[in-house]
Design a protein around this ligand. Structure first.
Ligand SMILES: Nc1ncnc2c1ncn2[C@@H]1O[C@H](COP(=O)(O)OP(=O)(O)O)[C@@H](O)[C@H]1O
Ligand SMILES: [Mg+2]
Length: 232
């Protein structure tokens, strides 16, 4: 296998960013070692005595979280099986200092420690973290205690269902609703209207804020603009 030659300067930069004593912001090209640095940083933290349960790593994608987690656990499981001399070399690579007996023992135990931690070492997406937070503090966040996050598929199905119900209601003689549909249909195709409805639902918070003053009042400037009356 060809060994990767990492320039001295890069190695120093990587170590600076991986040192938990430094607060670091890293921006670098793909494949340049960002994930490597993050994994190193987590291992360095644990090696210095931080309990795995006190470490939180957030990523944007599930794939990135899985990769981070794999890298940390791969390294730690590898460490558990090395002899003292090899482990000492690995630890020096992380800390930049010669390994003490205490660090050797700690390094060897980290794999078991990270696995045994209740709740595990937390490497997760920012979405998963926020969801867990909302589940823990529903009262403070003013959400229902047993909420579930809709996936795209379920959301589409629910929207379809409510759209059907509104059409049925209009069809069954709800005058205001059928009048509104008729007006809207005069301005565009049904496809355009459904697209507009989808958009409206996806931005419902903003819409509800806007409509808070009353739909008629809120709509007045638009009626003015198109020189229509609310009743036409
Ligand atoms: N200092 C280093 N020593 C050995 N391998 C490294 C080093 N820095 C990066 N690598 C390797 O380079 C590859 C790309 O790094 P990675 O962390 O995935 O980059 P990025 O996250 O920036 O896309 C990985 O296989 C990683 O292990
Ligand atoms: Mg990466």
């Amino acid at each position: 296998m060809v060994e990767l030659i990492v320039p001295q300067k890069t190695q120093e930069d990587q170590h600076r960013a991986a040192n938990p004593e430094n607060s670091a912001w890293v921006s670098a090209n793909a494949g340049s070692g960002k994930t490597y640095v993050l994994a190193l940083r987590v291992i360095h933290l644990m090696l210095s005595g931080t309990a795995p349960s006190r470490i939180l790593c957030l990523t944007f994608t599930k794939a990135a979280a899985a990769e981070m987690s794999n890298r940390v656990f791969e390294k730690l499981s590898h460490w558990a099986m090395l002899d003292d001399a090899e482990l000492a070399k690995e630890i020096t690579k992380v800390t930049g200092h010669p390994a003490t007996t205490k660090l050797l023992r700690r390094g060897r135990q980290l794999f078991a420690l990270a696995l045994d931690t209740p709740g595990g070492l937390k490497i997760q997406t920012v979405h998963a973290f926020c969801e867990a937070l909302l589940h823990q503090f529903p009262l403070e966040a003013n959400v229902s205690g047993h909420f579930q996050v809709l996936d795209d598929f379920a959301q589409k199905a629910l929207l379809e269902e409510s759209r059907k119900r509104i059409l049925l209601k209009a069809n069954r003689g709800d005058e205001i609703l059928s009048g509104a549909f008729e007006t809207a249909m005069n301005f565009g195709s049904d496809d355009a209207m459904f697209k507009a409805l989808d958009r409206l639902v996806s931005e419902r918070e903003a819409f509800l804020d806007w409509a808070d003053i009353g739909v008629d009042v809120a709509m007045a400037p638009m009626f003015d603009h198109f020189q229509m009356s609310a009743n036409s």
